[in-house]
Design a protein around this ligand. Sequence first.
Ligand SMILES: C[S@@+](CC[C@H](N)C(=O)[O-])C[C@H]1O[C@@H](n2cnc3c(N)ncnc32)[C@H](O)[C@@H]1O
Length: 434
Amino acid sequence: MGSNTINSRELILDILLAVTRDHRYSHIAIRSTLDKYRYLPKQERSFIKRICEGTLEHMIWIDYVLNQFSSVKVHKMKPVIQCILRSSVYELKYMDAVPASATCNEAVKLAQKRGFRNLKGFVNGVLRTVSRNLSNISMPDKDKEPLEYLSIAGSMPVWILELWQNSYSLEQIEGFLEAFLTKMPAAIRINPLKTTKEELKKELEEAQIQVLESELEDVLLIENYDFLEKIPAFREGKFHVQDISSMQVGLWAQPKEHSFVVDVCAAPGGKSIHAAEMMHGTGRVEARDLTPYKVSLIQENIERCQLPNIRTVQADARIPDEKLMGQADLVIADLPCSGLGVLGKKADIKYKVTEEACKKLVALQREILDTVCQYVKAGGILIYSTCTINPAENQENTVWFLQEHPEFSLEKQQQILPGKGICDGFFLAKFVRN
Ligand SMILES: C[S@@+](CC[C@H](N)C(=O)[O-])C[C@H]1O[C@@H](n2cnc3c(N)ncnc32)[C@H](O)[C@@H]1O
């Protein structure tokens, strides 16, 4: 990491503080720091990203280890010391290329730099003890206390495991945990209005990006890129990063040319843009979201992809819009949810979401569905989707919706589980208005 090492570790500390102390979302905190420091070498930017994501992914295990060897329990530590120790334990365990002594020394220097000169000995002592004992950590008995074991080994709060246990076997749950901790390539959906799969593959490879084939039409997988805006093909709107499970919304809906589509919770615009591309630039997609900031994210993507058939609207999906009643051929309701299917990409969700929040989300999803289903014209389609694997937000909402809205029939629904293929956990249901 050369002379910039301390700098990188300071950035890591600031990102982890933003997420764990100031409750910011990790993907936003990481992205905004990396956006600000685009001039750093790619290797250093990858180091920052990897340590931040890895620390958050494995944080329950890390705290368990620290609590075994520290006289002060993690929850009692000052946030700065907590973050330095957590990221250093991640480094000790997972970054073979960094010598343990370097990790310890850098942690001590950083503690001093951030005003904790008096804790230099503590930081040093804890990390050196952890380093000596890493291959010898005692874990709960997997057979006697399976949830406690899985919670630590897979860094998942026990209440989430208990929630899943109501619907999934322990084997399935173990599979989810493994999938969330496995790094996946990013799926990209090719914009067929601008390029072909072969042309794009060639162009990306020429830009030194690792491209993997996918069996799906119009889909490639990419790895080893720095940031998207650096890729000319991305700036020119030739592709959009979208998980394969999210692409199913467009594929299930198959919007025809000249359709009118309303996407009620659209930011940053992935599904709206897919629909607009599938309609070959004809018809109209109205991409709505709640706040000006969210609408601006959709707008940026529309401009990048240069699509003539989408417009954005800032609107609260809970409030009926009289102009839309019975007008839409397709309503996309990709609603706010607990996100328990995408913990591999957004690890910090598992520490932020609560049981109470899940219940409130079900109420919000029902309120929005109740309103926006009215926009579907007779014979039209409503697609409801979430990125969670919590049945209360998925299949139970389908049952509720069909009871409340006999004017709709369910054509199909699917719960995609994490670890099946390279997909996120995702749910979708397709309803047709009679
Ligand atoms: C799952 S995300 C949508 C992702 C998007 N469909 C895509 O594919 O890029 C849910 C969105 O719902 C928006 N949202 C939350 N509450 C809302 C409300 N009351 N009205 C409209 N949008 C809302 C959030 O701002 C968020 O952008």
